[in-house]
Design a binder for this molecule. Structure first.
Ligand code: ZN
Length: 114
């Protein structure tokens, strides 16, 4: 997602994509990530290490054992296979919108009394 961005003010998204059909999955991931920024979603990874932040940056934060994760939360952008091993998911099939992101874009209410 380097050099791609999504701005909430102005609803602007810019995707630095890769040419070629083989890259469509990754480009779609970046496009979805930046689109969600325009709707108010925040990044859920550590800016220094790029590692997903637990729990909101994990697709399956309560899975036991925690690793390997097999899907990525869309706003963390990467999945943690093991401590120190990050992977870019190959397509949106391997990404989910987690509850924290869903609340930020108003798909879920912040407090659910069910
Ligand atoms: Zn981002």
């Amino acid at each position: 997602m380097q050099h791609s961005l999504g701005l909430q003010k102005g609803l602007i998204g810019l995707v630095n994509g890769y040419a070629g059909e083989a890259h469509a999955g990754r480009n779609n991931l970046v496009a979805a990530h930046e689109l969600l920024h325009t709707l108010g979603a925040t990044d859920k990874y550590d800016m220094d290490t790029l590692e997903p932040l637990w729990p909101d940056g994990y697709a399956d934060p309560t899975q036991y054992p925690l690793y390997p994760q097999t899907r990525a939360e869309i706003m963390s952008g990467r999945l943690q296979v093991s401590p120190g091993w990050l992977m870019l998911p190959p397509s949106l099939d391997h990404a989910v919108i987690g509850p924290a992101t869903a609340i930020e874009i108003n798909w879920l209410a912040p407090h659910n009394n069910l």
